[in-house]
Design a protein around this ligand. Structure first.
Ligand code: SF4
Ligand code: SF4
Ligand code: FES
Length: 259
């Protein structure tokens, strides 16, 4: 176990706990954008920056990926920290001026107009979509392409993916709504499947077998909506925590009450 102090409050947590988790346990909120508790930390946005002090060392680190250390002192909202976060949000606001999540963050920080040139994009390059597709769906249908200013998320060679299973996990984790499940993608997906219209949750391996009765227009599916409401997250994450049998039982129950 490791003992440290966050904003002058002492806490003892397991070795390997991140500063973000330790702060959460104390009820201290640190803003995040590229963090998702079901995915490996990535440290891309740096919004969760905090200041750490240990012996003679003092530096800024990303709380979502930095592990606790014995005797460490963490400050989550010093002037230096707030200034850095403000700069990050200002930069993101110039990149994505119409994205609600970023506008809300900017409002909370009192940022009216960023000093940087506006780009009118909707992706903040947080990598959540790429990570969920790789780490959780195990598909790898999308990834980062190009470099520098041209860096973006795309399918290989910007071509329609022939491996995407249409699980929608990428769209559900995107903090900016930059990814939408398009009807075209759903149609392509249908063509790939031929006459076998298995529910996408069956394709994700969450249930043994279920036929889709909505032509893969999941937004019309009451079962899909109820599962999201009941599990409080995209089912692909819930499946990691809940035993597969439990999910199957849940689906059978929903099927019964729909009949
Ligand atoms: S819908 Fe699922 S498989 Fe397709 S790109 Fe998104 S996460 Fe990957
Ligand atoms: S599309 Fe969304 S989830 Fe993917 S990198 Fe961009 S902002 Fe993040
Ligand atoms: S939330 Fe920690 S770096 Fe993005």
């Amino acid at each position: 176990m490791i003992t440290l102090a966050v904003d002058n409050q002492e806490i003892t947590v397991k070795e390997g706990t991140t500063l973000l988790k330790a702060s959460e346990k104390l009820g201290i909120e640190i803003p995040t954008l590229c963090y998702h508790e079901g995915l490996l930390p990535y440290g891309a946005c740096r919004l969760c920056v905090v200041e750490i002090f240990k012996e003679k060392e003092n530096r800024m680190v990303a709380a979502c990926s930095f592990p606790v250390e014995e005797g460490m002192k963490v400050v989550t909202s010093s002037d230096r920290v707030l200034k850095r976060r403000r700069m990050i949000v200002e930069f993101l606001l110039s990149r994505c001026p119409d994205v609600k999540t970023i506008k809300d963050l900017a409002d909370r920080m009192g940022i009216k107009k960023p000093r940087f040139k506006s780009k009118n994009l909707d992706c903040i390059l947080c990598g959540l979509c790429v990570r969920v597709c790789n780490e959780i769906a195990g598909i790898g249908a999308i990834g980062f392409v190009s470099r520098g200013k041209k860096l973006k998320v795309d399918t290989p060679f910007h071509m329609a993916s022939d491996v995407c299973i249409g699980c929608g996990a990428c769209s559900s984790v995107c903090p900016t709504d930059a990814i939408e499940m398009e009807l075209d993608a759903v149609k392509r997906f249908l063509e790939l499947l031929g006459s076998e219209h298995k529910c996408r949750y069956a394709l994700m391996g969450l249930i043994s077998y279920k036929v889709c009765s909505n032509n893969y227009e999941c937004w019309k599916c009451k079962i899909d909506q109820r599962i999201r409401d009941a599990l409080g997250t995209h089912p692909i994450f819930a499946a990691k925590k809940i035993k597969k049998e439990k999910v199957n039982q849940y689906f059978s129950f929903l099927k019964k009450i729909q009949e």
